[in-house]
Design a protein around this ligand. Structure first.
Ligand code: SAM
Length: 249
């Protein structure tokens, strides 16, 4: 499952350049029976199977034995991907990008034995309020978002600074050539070459977009006085438009 996403684009380049190293471990390799059993029935019944604790503990112990004692002293995140974890965000990705090592544990079936959560993992992450069949896609989401924040991974380090969620807001709209497509024009200001005006327009767009699509994000962001005024102006204009729309329904 991991082969394709890790073998092209920015992730592949980062791996090839030695900026990150991703090691996959199959918990079946940490079983001791003929059938390489990793799951069993849940105690006291219920649907599906549960991942046994022993192979997961052994896999993690084997991986951590190669990591320095200093880091193991509480600073090595051992993350369980689970729909019950804290909701993943750009802020968490940024935080995780500061560690030398991360261990991600992917569940399957009905999930993992509770003792893994209680006595092995240091963090639990969910990528959204929905349930997937396994932790592999969530792990890929975490890896992708963390790796692109590592120094040197993106072509220009500035490209991760302007992006949506990097400062808590959504990014401004982007245009490329042609200047006119099917009669739809690129905003004139972007062709003006006036960098100060373009920066002002972009900041206004950032605020407008966030207000229209994710007003909850604005509440958590620190804005300067001019920006707060803009939010008030745009907010009342937006309310008026919505009232007109509602009354014409
Ligand atoms: N029975 C579990 C529950 O209700 O919480 C769900 C198990 S789910 C079918 C199987 C595995 O997929 C989980 O152990 C977890 O690793 C992964 N998974 C599913 N949804 C996820 C999500 N939203 N975020 C992170 N991991 C998820």
């Amino acid at each position: 499952m991991f082969q394709a996403p890790f073998s092209f684009g920015i992730l592949k380049r980062a791996i090839d350049q030695g900026l990150v190293s991703i090691n996959l471990h199959n918990i079946r390799d940490y079983t001791h029976d003929k059938h390489r059993t990793v799951d069993d029935y849940p105690y006291s019944g219920g649907p599906g199977m549960v991942l046994k604790p022993e192979p997961i503990f052994e896999a993690v112990e084997s991986v951590t034995s190669g990591i320095s004692a200093v880091e193991k002293g509480g600073k090595l995140p051992i993350i369980l991907l689970t729909p019950q974890g804290r909701l993943f965000s750009q802020e968490i990705a940024r935080d995780l990008s500061g560690y030398d090592h991360l261990i991600l544990i992917c569940g399957r079936y009905e999930g993992v034995d509770e003792r893994v959560r209680q006595h092995l993992v240091t963090d639990e992450i969910s990528i959204g309020d929905y349930v997937l069949t396994g932790g592999e896609f969530p792990a890929m989401v975490v890896v992708d978002s963390v790796v692109r924040l590592l120094p040197g991974v993106l072509g220009s380090d500035a490209s991760s600074l302007d992006e949506s969620h990097s400062d808590g807001l959504l990014e401004y709209p982007q245009y490329t050539r042609p200047e006119v497509y099917k009669g739809w024009e690129v905003p004139e200001i972007l062709l003006s070459g006036n960098h100060a005006k373009i920066a002002g327009w972009r900041r206004e767009q950032v605020i407008r977009r966030t207000l229209e699509r994710r007003p909850d994000l604005l509440e958590k962001t620190t804005l300067n006085q001019q920006e707060r005024q803009l939010v008030e102006q745009l907010g009342s204009a937006l309310k008026q438009t919505n009232t007109i729309k509602e009354s014409s329904l």
